[in-house]
Design a protein. Structure first.
Length: 323
C-alpha cells in the first residue's frame, strides 16, 4: 500500500451549514471519516495545516506549505492537499513552481458543503488519494484532481462560482480522468519549470484594468514600496496612455512590470503600437506573461524576486509562458 500524506487546509470540503450560513467545521479526521473505503486504498497519515476558507489563504501560507511538503516528502509516496476552491489554483501553482519533488502532489477541493445533497467533497478526496497512489502520477508536476478530472496547476483556473464542474483549462484541456477502475492520463503538460528559493518577495501588486482607469493604483503601489507590479491589461495586453505613463515610471524606478490579460484565455502579445498598445509597453521594458493569468503571474514574480535575479533574468523566466 502506498503511503500518502493528506494535508488539510480548509475550504468548503471541510465546511458545514450552520444557522448563520456555511462555515468551517470538520477537522481532518472527520473529513476522512466521511469516506470509510479510503483506508483500503492507501496507508494514510493526516496533517492539519489550517482550517480556513481559502480567501484567507496568503502567499506566505502557500510558501510555508511548500516548505513543509519539501521537509516531509521523503517519508511518503505522495501528498494530497485539501483546499477551498476559491484560491486552490494559486496554492497549486505556488507548489508547482517551488517544489522540487517528482512525487505526486495532488490538490483537491469541493464545491458543496457537507450536508448538501450530491456531495462532491468525499468523492474528490477519494479520487485525489487514488491519483496520489498511482505510479502514473509521478513526474507530472503539481495537479488539481476534481470532478473526476485531472488538471495541471499551471493551466487550470476556476471558471464557475457554483457548478461542481468549476474548473477548466481552456486551450489545454485536462491531463486525464479518474474513472471507476483506474486513473487515466491522456497527456503531459508542456509547462514544466520550478525554482529553488529560500524566501519570497511579497511586495508584489496585481492591478486589474477597467475602462477609464487612471494610474492611481500604480502610483499607490510605487509609494508603498512595491517591488513588482503585475497588470491585468485589456485584450492582447494593451493599456490606456495614462496607465502606460505609470508603467514607464515604475520601470524607470527598476520595478519589474508584468503584463497579463483580464481576458480568461489567449496570449498577450506586442502587436498594437498605439499609445498604450502592448508593443509600446514591451519596447519600454514591460514583461509579457503569455497566457499565464494575473494571479499566477503575481506568485511567479514573488518567487523570482525572492531569488534576487535581474529584471532581464525575470524577463527570460517569463518567456516560457509564451508557449
Ligand atoms: N469559499 C470556499 C473556499 O474557497 C469555496 C470552496 O471551497 O469551494 O474556501
Amino acid at each position: 500500500m502506498k503511503k500518502i500524506l493528506v494535508i488539510t487546509t480548509g475550504g468548503t470540503i471541510s465546511m458545514k451549514a450552520s444557522k448563520s450560513g456555511i462555515i468551517p467545521s470538520l477537522n481532518g479526521r472527520e473529513i476522512l471519516e466521511l469516506i470509510p473505503q479510503i483506508k483500503n486504498i492507501a496507508d494514510l497519515t493526516l496533517h492539519e495545516f489550517s482550517n480556513i476558507p481559502s480567501p484567507m489563504m496568503t502567499p506566505q501560507m502557500m510558501f510555508e506549505l511548500s516548505k513543509y511538503i519539501s521537509k516531509v516528502i521523503d517519508d511518503y509516496d505522495g501528498i494530497v492537499v485539501t483546499h477551498g476552491t476559491d484560491t486552490v489554483e494559486e496554492t497549486a501553482y505556488m507548489l508547482f513552481i517551488t517544489l522540487q519533488t517528482l512525487k505526486p502532489v495532488i490538490l483537491t477541493a469541493a464545491m458543496r458543503s457537507n450536508e448538501e445533497s450530491g456531495l462532491d467533497g468525499p468523492r474528490n478526496l477519494l479520487n485525489a488519494i487514488r491519483v496520489a497512489s498511482n505510479k502514473k502520477s509521478i513526474d507530472r508536476g503539481v495537479v488539481l484532481a476534481i470532478n473526476d478530472e485531472i488538471f495541471s496547476a499551471r493551466e487550470v483556473y476556476k471558471s464557475s462560482t457554483n457548478l461542481t464542474n468549476a474548473f477548466e483549462a481552456p486551450h489545454y484541456g485536462i491531463l486525464g480522468i479518474i474513472d471507476a477502475d483506474d486513473v487515466i492520463y491522456y497527456r503531459r503538460s508542456e509547462f514544466r519549470y520550478k525554482y529553488e528559493v529560500e524566501n519570497l518577495e511579497y511586495k508584489v501588486e496585481l492591478i486589474k484594468l477597467y475602462s477609464g482607469v487612471g494610474r492611481k493604483f500604480i502610483d499607490c503601489s510605487i509609494a508603498a514600496g512595491t517591488k513588482g507590479i503585475v497588470i491585468e491589461a485589456f485584450g492582447r495586453g494593451n493599456v490606456n496612455p495614462e496607465i502606460k505613463a505609470g508603467i514607464l515610471d515604475a520601470i524607470k524606478l527598476g520595478i519589474p512590470v508584468i503584463i497579463t490579460s483580464r481576458v480568461p484565455t489567449g496570449r498577450v502579445l506586442g502587436i498594437y503600437a498605439y499609445e498604450g498598445g502592448a508593443k509600446q509597453l514591451e519596447e519600454a521594458g514591460a514583461i509579457m506573461a503569455g497566457d499565464l493569468n494575473g494571479n499566477k503571474a503575481r506568485l511567479k514574480l514573488m518567487v523570482l524576486l525572492g531569488k534576487k535575479i535581474t529584471v532581464e533574468q525575470i524577463n527570460n523566466s517569463f518567456l516560457v509562458e509564451k508557449g
